[in-house]
Design a protein around this ligand. Structure first.
Ligand SMILES: *Cc1c(COP(=O)(O)O)cnc(C)c1O
Length: 301
């Protein structure tokens, strides 16, 4: 598993009358094809963390996430496949009698789940809190929420190698910005990188991303107009877009990240944001498991 997951990656070309009219090429890098649970960018962000855990003789991976977290589930599935234990610290989870499908799957993969209050969870990156956690779990390799550490950035950088060399614009959804940073550091300078934050007011992420970058060129941008009200928020228009996109192109999008990116790309295309001749590659970062939350409204979840 450690090696051959990336063999499943492929590129799809999207054809529409609008693309033809605007003379824009659109391709999708299907990282969602890597594995149903260890999907997309999460595998890239985990792989060096896992190597470090093995290198240091650690017995478990400990990480953080919300109740629908793709990262928690990816960590649980990777740990199980590789013979490591997994511990998941889940963000304040009050008022719901039933655990989410994601958490049920994490638990069934053997991940030990602990629920933190929102106040406790807010300390997830605090040095004192982490030192206490390491003391409580000495055999654990601790991975921050979303795999957002230097190993995560380095691993995500490997995604750049899958971008065809004739591409001039690469688009991807943004959560913590780890994947965006890793890819920007390894993408040829002439390729623009366009990020679509999944949360409200995502422009603040630019300040978080900038210190991670080893490049100085002004060749990246966050498009924060497509948050649909905030993280994990959506409306009927987005669901309709997802169903239509699947019907037309046979590409399933996830409700939290990739649907917002692809909606944004389509809207920008209609508004002539891309000049004729632009060759776009959108990165499908995976996350399809989270569609369970909206399965009643999707034709393919
Ligand atoms: C986690 C996730 C992202 C965000 O990645 P970051 O590196 O945190 O910016 C994007 N897309 C999907 C599908 C994800 O699961």
């Amino acid at each position: 598993m450690a090696i051959d997951l990336q063999e499943h990656i492929r590129i799809d070309t999207i054809h529409t009358a609008l693309l033809t009219a605007k003379q824009v090429q659109l391709r999708i890098l299907r990282l969602d094809q890597i594995h149903p649970l260890v999907s997309g960018n999460k595998w890239f962000k985990l792989k060096h963390n896992i190597a470090q855990a093995f290198g240091e003789g650690k017995a478990s991976l400990l990480t953080f996430g919300g109740a629908w977290s793709n990262h928690l589930l990816a960590t649980a599935a990777a740990a199980k496949a590789l013979g490591l234990e997994a511990i998941g610290l889940v963000r304040g989870y009050h008022g719901q009698a039933q655990p989410t499908e994601t958490l049920i799957r994490c638990a069934s993969l053997g991940m030990k789940l602990h629920y933190l209050s929102r106040e406790e969870y807010a300390r997830k990156a605090d040095a004192t809190f982490l030192a206490g956690l390491q003391k409580a779990y000495p055999a654990a390799h601790i991975i921050p929420e979303g795999g957002d550490n230097t190993q995560g950035i380095a691993g995500a950088g490997d995604i750049a190698a899958y971008i065809p060399t004739d591409t001039n614009l690469v688009a991807l959804p943004v959560g913590t910005g780890t994947t965006f940073s890793g890819i920007r550091n390894r993408l040829p300078a002439h390729m623009e990188l366009l990020g679509f934050p999944a949360m409200k007011g995502g422009q603040y992420l630019a300040e978080k991303i900038r210190p991670n970058l080893q490049v100085t060129e002004d060749n990246w941008l966050l498009q924060d107009a497509y948050d649909f009200g905030g993280f994990a928020r959506y409306n009927g228009e987005l669901l309709t877009f997802m169903n239509t996109f699947f019907t037309l192109h046979n590409v399933p999008l996830d409700i939290v990240y990739t649907a917002k990116m692809m909606y944004g790309i389509t809207d920008l295309l209609e508004k002539d944001y891309f000049s004729p001749g632009t060759r776009i590659v959108c990165i499908h970062t995976g996350g399809l498991q989270g569609n369970h939350a909206v399965r009643q409204s999707l034709q393919y979840a």
